[in-house]
Write a protein that binds this ligand. Structure first.
Ligand SMILES: Nc1ncnc2c1ncn2[C@@H]1O[C@H](COP(=O)(O)OP(=O)(O)OP(=O)(O)O)[C@@H](O)[C@H]1O
Ligand SMILES: [Mg+2]
Length: 252
Protein backbone atom coordinates (compact mmCIF):
# COMPACT_ATOMS: atom_id res chain seq x y z
CA UNK A 1 0.00 0.00 0.00
CA UNK A 2 2.93 2.26 0.62
CA UNK A 3 4.38 4.50 -1.98
CA UNK A 4 7.94 4.54 -0.71
CA UNK A 5 8.88 7.90 -2.07
CA UNK A 6 5.63 9.66 -1.22
CA UNK A 7 6.13 12.72 1.01
CA UNK A 8 5.60 12.70 4.77
CA UNK A 9 2.00 13.55 5.60
CA UNK A 10 2.19 13.41 9.38
CA UNK A 11 5.31 14.52 11.18
CA UNK A 12 5.73 14.21 14.92
CA UNK A 13 8.70 16.23 16.06
CA UNK A 14 10.43 15.84 19.41
CA UNK A 15 7.14 15.34 21.18
CA UNK A 16 6.87 14.78 24.93
CA UNK A 17 3.83 14.57 27.13
CA UNK A 18 3.31 14.48 30.88
CA UNK A 19 0.01 14.32 32.74
CA UNK A 20 -0.27 16.24 35.96
CA UNK A 21 -1.08 13.96 38.80
CA UNK A 22 -1.10 14.54 42.59
CA UNK A 23 0.53 17.90 42.13
CA UNK A 24 3.41 16.38 40.10
CA UNK A 25 4.02 15.60 36.44
CA UNK A 26 3.83 12.02 35.20
CA UNK A 27 5.77 11.59 31.94
CA UNK A 28 4.13 9.33 29.35
CA UNK A 29 5.80 10.17 26.04
CA UNK A 30 9.39 11.31 25.73
CA UNK A 31 10.98 13.05 22.75
CA UNK A 32 9.13 11.10 20.09
CA UNK A 33 9.86 11.86 16.46
CA UNK A 34 8.35 9.97 13.56
CA UNK A 35 6.77 10.54 10.20
CA UNK A 36 4.08 8.80 8.22
CA UNK A 37 3.92 9.00 4.45
CA UNK A 38 0.77 9.61 2.46
CA UNK A 39 -1.01 6.30 1.84
CA UNK A 40 0.87 4.46 4.56
CA UNK A 41 -0.84 2.25 7.16
CA UNK A 42 1.18 2.38 10.36
CA UNK A 43 0.35 0.34 13.46
CA UNK A 44 1.35 1.59 16.88
CA UNK A 45 1.70 -1.25 19.34
CA UNK A 46 2.77 -1.36 22.96
CA UNK A 47 1.81 -2.64 26.36
CA UNK A 48 -1.19 -1.30 28.20
CA UNK A 49 -0.57 2.15 29.63
CA UNK A 50 2.45 2.95 27.44
CA UNK A 51 0.79 6.02 25.94
CA UNK A 52 -0.66 4.85 22.60
CA UNK A 53 -4.02 6.55 23.11
CA UNK A 54 -2.29 9.64 24.44
CA UNK A 55 -0.26 9.94 21.23
CA UNK A 56 -3.38 9.45 19.11
CA UNK A 57 -5.27 12.10 21.07
CA UNK A 58 -2.43 14.56 20.52
CA UNK A 59 -2.46 13.90 16.76
CA UNK A 60 -6.26 14.25 16.78
CA UNK A 61 -5.84 17.65 18.45
CA UNK A 62 -7.82 16.68 21.58
CA UNK A 63 -4.75 17.11 23.77
CA UNK A 64 -1.88 19.62 23.57
CA UNK A 65 1.55 18.03 24.06
CA UNK A 66 3.75 19.28 26.86
CA UNK A 67 6.59 19.72 24.37
CA UNK A 68 7.22 19.34 20.64
CA UNK A 69 4.71 19.40 17.83
CA UNK A 70 2.74 17.48 15.22
CA UNK A 71 2.45 18.66 11.65
CA UNK A 72 -0.09 17.47 9.12
CA UNK A 73 0.88 18.31 5.54
CA UNK A 74 3.27 20.85 7.04
CA UNK A 75 0.61 22.56 9.16
CA UNK A 76 0.89 22.50 12.93
CA UNK A 77 -1.90 20.61 14.71
CA UNK A 78 -3.39 22.77 17.45
CA UNK A 79 -7.01 21.57 17.63
CA UNK A 80 -9.32 18.91 16.18
CA UNK A 81 -10.10 19.33 12.49
CA UNK A 82 -11.93 17.63 9.62
CA UNK A 83 -8.59 16.54 8.12
CA UNK A 84 -8.25 14.02 11.00
CA UNK A 85 -10.95 11.55 12.05
CA UNK A 86 -10.85 9.10 14.94
CA UNK A 87 -12.51 5.70 15.35
CA UNK A 88 -12.51 4.26 18.87
CA UNK A 89 -13.06 0.74 20.16
CA UNK A 90 -16.64 1.30 21.23
CA UNK A 91 -17.70 3.93 18.86
CA UNK A 92 -20.47 6.09 20.17
CA UNK A 93 -23.04 6.22 17.41
CA UNK A 94 -26.02 8.47 18.07
CA UNK A 95 -28.56 5.94 19.37
CA UNK A 96 -31.56 7.93 18.19
CA UNK A 97 -30.29 8.28 14.60
CA UNK A 98 -30.54 5.57 11.94
CA UNK A 99 -27.51 4.11 10.19
CA UNK A 100 -28.12 6.52 7.31
CA UNK A 101 -28.47 9.54 9.59
CA UNK A 102 -25.41 8.59 11.64
CA UNK A 103 -23.31 8.39 8.48
CA UNK A 104 -24.75 11.58 6.96
CA UNK A 105 -23.98 13.38 10.22
CA UNK A 106 -20.31 13.27 9.22
CA UNK A 107 -21.09 15.58 6.32
CA UNK A 108 -22.17 18.38 8.62
CA UNK A 109 -24.28 21.11 7.07
CA UNK A 110 -24.20 20.04 3.41
CA UNK A 111 -27.61 19.16 2.11
CA UNK A 112 -29.57 17.83 -0.83
CA UNK A 113 -29.02 15.20 -3.46
CA UNK A 114 -25.26 15.14 -3.20
CA UNK A 115 -25.48 14.36 0.52
CA UNK A 116 -27.99 11.56 -0.08
CA UNK A 117 -25.92 10.03 -2.89
CA UNK A 118 -22.71 10.18 -0.90
CA UNK A 119 -24.40 8.61 2.14
CA UNK A 120 -25.79 5.72 0.07
CA UNK A 121 -22.39 5.22 -1.53
CA UNK A 122 -20.76 4.89 1.88
CA UNK A 123 -23.48 2.52 3.14
CA UNK A 124 -22.71 0.25 0.18
CA UNK A 125 -18.96 0.67 0.54
CA UNK A 126 -18.93 -0.69 4.10
CA UNK A 127 -21.33 -3.52 3.21
CA UNK A 128 -24.47 -2.24 4.94
CA UNK A 129 -26.83 -2.27 1.95
CA UNK A 130 -30.40 -2.53 3.21
CA UNK A 131 -29.58 -1.38 6.74
CA UNK A 132 -29.87 2.38 6.21
CA UNK A 133 -33.06 2.67 8.29
CA UNK A 134 -31.85 0.57 11.22
CA UNK A 135 -31.12 2.04 14.63
CA UNK A 136 -27.72 1.26 16.24
CA UNK A 137 -29.26 -0.89 19.01
CA UNK A 138 -30.52 -3.33 16.38
CA UNK A 139 -27.02 -3.88 14.91
CA UNK A 140 -24.24 -6.31 15.80
CA UNK A 141 -20.89 -4.99 17.10
CA UNK A 142 -19.28 -5.49 13.68
CA UNK A 143 -22.07 -3.62 11.92
CA UNK A 144 -21.76 -0.72 14.36
CA UNK A 145 -18.06 -0.47 13.57
CA UNK A 146 -18.94 -0.45 9.86
CA UNK A 147 -21.18 2.55 10.52
CA UNK A 148 -18.40 4.19 12.56
CA UNK A 149 -16.00 3.67 9.64
CA UNK A 150 -18.47 5.03 7.07
CA UNK A 151 -19.16 8.04 9.26
CA UNK A 152 -15.51 9.08 9.21
CA UNK A 153 -14.71 8.05 5.61
CA UNK A 154 -17.52 10.25 4.32
CA UNK A 155 -15.48 13.21 5.53
CA UNK A 156 -12.47 12.14 3.42
CA UNK A 157 -9.94 12.83 6.19
CA UNK A 158 -6.29 13.22 5.28
CA UNK A 159 -5.43 10.79 8.03
CA UNK A 160 -7.59 8.24 9.80
CA UNK A 161 -6.73 7.64 13.46
CA UNK A 162 -7.95 4.34 14.86
CA UNK A 163 -7.69 3.33 18.53
CA UNK A 164 -8.21 -0.43 18.83
CA UNK A 165 -11.29 -0.12 16.64
CA UNK A 166 -11.82 -3.88 16.37
CA UNK A 167 -10.75 -4.75 19.92
CA UNK A 168 -14.23 -5.64 21.14
CA UNK A 169 -15.11 -7.90 18.20
CA UNK A 170 -14.91 -11.69 17.98
CA UNK A 171 -12.02 -13.15 15.99
CA UNK A 172 -13.93 -13.78 12.77
CA UNK A 173 -15.66 -10.40 12.68
CA UNK A 174 -12.34 -8.75 13.46
CA UNK A 175 -10.75 -10.44 10.43
CA UNK A 176 -13.63 -9.33 8.22
CA UNK A 177 -13.21 -5.76 9.44
CA UNK A 178 -9.46 -5.89 8.82
CA UNK A 179 -10.10 -7.02 5.24
CA UNK A 180 -12.71 -4.30 4.76
CA UNK A 181 -10.37 -1.64 6.11
CA UNK A 182 -7.54 -2.80 3.85
CA UNK A 183 -9.79 -2.79 0.78
CA UNK A 184 -11.01 0.72 1.52
CA UNK A 185 -7.57 2.03 2.43
CA UNK A 186 -6.13 0.73 -0.82
CA UNK A 187 -8.96 2.10 -2.92
CA UNK A 188 -8.73 5.57 -1.39
CA UNK A 189 -4.97 5.62 -0.72
CA UNK A 190 -6.00 6.41 2.85
CA UNK A 191 -3.28 7.21 5.38
CA UNK A 192 -3.95 5.44 8.67
CA UNK A 193 -2.41 5.46 12.15
CA UNK A 194 -3.83 2.40 13.88
CA UNK A 195 -3.37 1.52 17.55
CA UNK A 196 -3.62 -2.12 18.51
CA UNK A 197 -2.59 -4.52 21.27
CA UNK A 198 -2.76 -7.36 18.84
CA UNK A 199 0.51 -8.29 17.14
CA UNK A 200 -1.26 -10.52 14.60
CA UNK A 201 -3.56 -7.65 13.65
CA UNK A 202 -0.55 -5.38 13.10
CA UNK A 203 1.21 -7.93 10.87
CA UNK A 204 -2.03 -8.50 8.94
CA UNK A 205 -2.68 -4.89 8.07
CA UNK A 206 0.36 -2.67 8.55
CA UNK A 207 3.04 -1.41 6.20
CA UNK A 208 5.09 -0.66 9.29
CA UNK A 209 4.77 -1.30 13.03
CA UNK A 210 6.03 1.10 15.69
CA UNK A 211 6.63 -0.34 19.12
CA UNK A 212 6.05 2.17 21.89
CA UNK A 213 8.05 1.24 24.95
CA UNK A 214 6.46 1.85 28.34
CA UNK A 215 9.69 2.26 30.27
CA UNK A 216 11.63 4.56 27.96
CA UNK A 217 8.37 6.26 26.81
CA UNK A 218 9.85 6.25 23.30
CA UNK A 219 9.44 4.34 20.05
CA UNK A 220 11.61 1.35 20.88
CA UNK A 221 11.55 -0.22 17.42
CA UNK A 222 10.28 0.37 13.92
CA UNK A 223 9.52 -2.83 12.05
CA UNK A 224 8.66 -2.73 8.34
CA UNK A 225 6.05 -5.34 7.41
CA UNK A 226 7.04 -5.98 3.82
CA UNK A 227 4.93 -9.09 3.22
CA UNK A 228 2.91 -9.45 0.02
CA UNK A 229 -0.85 -8.86 0.26
CA UNK A 230 -3.20 -10.49 0.99
CA UNK A 231 -1.15 -11.77 3.89
CA UNK A 232 -0.96 -15.44 4.59
CA UNK A 233 -1.27 -15.88 8.35
CA UNK A 234 0.13 -19.39 8.26
CA UNK A 235 3.30 -18.48 6.34
CA UNK A 236 6.69 -18.63 8.05
CA UNK A 237 7.41 -15.00 7.31
CA UNK A 238 4.13 -13.95 8.93
CA UNK A 239 4.78 -16.06 12.02
CA UNK A 240 8.37 -14.80 12.25
CA UNK A 241 7.25 -11.19 12.25
CA UNK A 242 4.63 -11.91 14.93
CA UNK A 243 7.29 -13.59 17.07
CA UNK A 244 9.63 -10.65 16.57
CA UNK A 245 7.00 -8.13 17.63
CA UNK A 246 5.98 -10.28 20.62
CA UNK A 247 9.62 -10.38 21.72
CA UNK A 248 9.90 -6.58 21.38
CA UNK A 249 6.77 -6.12 23.50
CA UNK A 250 8.06 -8.46 26.18
CA UNK A 251 11.43 -6.74 26.50
CA UNK A 252 12.00 -5.50 30.05
N1 LIG B 1 -6.29 12.13 31.50
C1 LIG B 1 -5.28 11.54 32.14
N2 LIG B 1 -4.80 12.03 33.30
C2 LIG B 1 -3.77 11.46 33.94
N3 LIG B 1 -3.15 10.34 33.50
C3 LIG B 1 -3.59 9.79 32.36
C4 LIG B 1 -4.68 10.36 31.62
N4 LIG B 1 -4.89 9.59 30.51
C5 LIG B 1 -3.98 8.60 30.56
N5 LIG B 1 -3.20 8.72 31.66
C6 LIG B 1 -2.08 7.84 32.03
O1 LIG B 1 -1.13 7.88 31.00
C7 LIG B 1 -0.61 6.59 30.74
C8 LIG B 1 -0.83 6.22 29.27
O2 LIG B 1 -2.23 6.11 29.05
P1 LIG B 1 -2.79 5.73 27.60
O3 LIG B 1 -4.27 5.70 27.73
O4 LIG B 1 -2.21 6.64 26.61
O5 LIG B 1 -2.19 4.27 27.42
P2 LIG B 1 -2.48 3.16 26.29
O6 LIG B 1 -1.15 2.76 25.75
O7 LIG B 1 -3.47 3.67 25.32
O8 LIG B 1 -3.07 1.96 27.16
P3 LIG B 1 -4.14 0.83 26.73
O9 LIG B 1 -3.41 -0.11 25.84
O10 LIG B 1 -4.51 0.20 28.02
O11 LIG B 1 -5.29 1.51 26.06
C9 LIG B 1 -1.27 5.65 31.74
O12 LIG B 1 -0.41 5.51 32.84
C10 LIG B 1 -2.52 6.40 32.16
O13 LIG B 1 -2.86 6.10 33.48
MG1 LIG C 1 -5.43 3.06 24.82
Amino acid sequence: MTVNNSPALLEIVNLSHSYSRNGGAEPVLRRISLSIRAGELVCLIGRSGCGKSTLLKIVAGFLAPTQGQCLLAGKRIVKPGPDRCVVFQEDALFPWLTVRENIAFGLGGSSGTQRRLETERLIDLVGLEGYGDYLPRTLSGGMKQRVALARVLIRSPQILLMDEPFGALDAQTREEMQELLLRLAQKRNQTILFVTHDVQEAVTIADRALVLDRDSEQIGATVPIALPRPRNRSSHDFQDLCARLHALLRQP
